[in-house]
Design a protein around this ligand. Sequence first.
Ligand code: BGC
Length: 417
Amino acid sequence: MDACFVRKTALALTVIGSAGAAQAADVEVLHWWTSGGEAAALNVLKDDLQGQGIGWNDMPVAGGGGEQAMTTLRARVTAGNPPTAVQMLGFDILDWAAEGALGNLDDVAAAEGWDAVVPEALQAFAKYDGHWISAPVNVHSTNWVWANKAILDELGIDQPADWNGFVTAMQKVQDAGKVALAHGGQAWQEATMFDGVVLSAGGPEFYKSAFIDLDVDALGSDTMVEAFNRMATLRSFADENFSGRDWNLASAMVINGEAAFQIMGDWAKGEFVNAGKKPGEDFICFRVPGSAGTVTFNSDQFAMFNVTDEGARGAQAKMASAIMSPAFQSAFNVVKGSVPARTDVPNDAFDACGKTGMQELAAAADSGTLIGSMAHGHANRAAVKNAIYDVVTAHFNGEYDAETAAEELANAVEAAM
Ligand code: BGC
């Protein structure tokens, strides 16, 4: 175990142990939840903490997927002034823990029995060397499609059963003069689509070989060429103004009936809900055709940084406890579009898409098809993720044909390993 981590862990344990006695202060929270749906979900957390006398010092850093937020975080830590709590994903959490930058939540985790209720797949990122280092607030999943029901009804389109059916459906929409695929041209959004597309082209074992095991043969294979061909097909169904568009504006195109489909993680559902739309009536949700049965997941967690102020430490422990309460997990995730990060939360308050998401998460965990999202930092470390982003986005923007893209992907990942 890293000596620095041990020293800091011991220090943090002492402090959190005395957290009850400490006067709770404010929490400064760095996050990237700036869209309408995200802000609504964030308010659930803010209100919960404020109800306990913990003040909220907001540090939003816009940019879907969190890349900009992570850059800001690095600058804050380098300046010796880390925020108290930070929204973080997957391998980024483990990397900060390895640097000895994170506090320790073992006391609150033990008192509240987190080990028994947080799925293993999440504990893999919430614990470092056996110690709790972050509090998981949700489970999102990336291989979803969001569709405008009125457009599908008007054009007589059924929910597509497989990839070819999806392509036929998009063609029908395009022929009718509407945008078939609402897309935001940013690397992380293309990578998010790639999660579902690679699954649809190669299945879960292929996805694991390529993105988790970083098998160079899989990365450069004919199956990967097929995945890139599918990405080019998707691009042909986007409108010409997709470049640089934020993901929530792409969601708004589906919400407003300008576009039929969006491939996006279930944070998109937060936008539909925030706009007063109902699943089954206004929109439908389904897995990227060809990927059903597999769930590529990412879990937003709040990592607590080592801070010196005792009041701030007390607030960190209280915030972690608030996040993990079953009532909060239900209230928050209903608004966010995600599902709870604990297995014992009732599904009563969730809409049809949320109930499906909860049931599919549990089934995938049982069948070995719950797999970390490449696009959202749960398959590999940031260096590898960014190398994949670069190739996927260059191909999407016409820099490479599919064969060259697969070759470049294998080379780029090998160089980043
Ligand atoms: C986060 C979501 C967020 C989305 C878009 C993902 O990485 O996990 O919580 O809504 O990015 O910003």
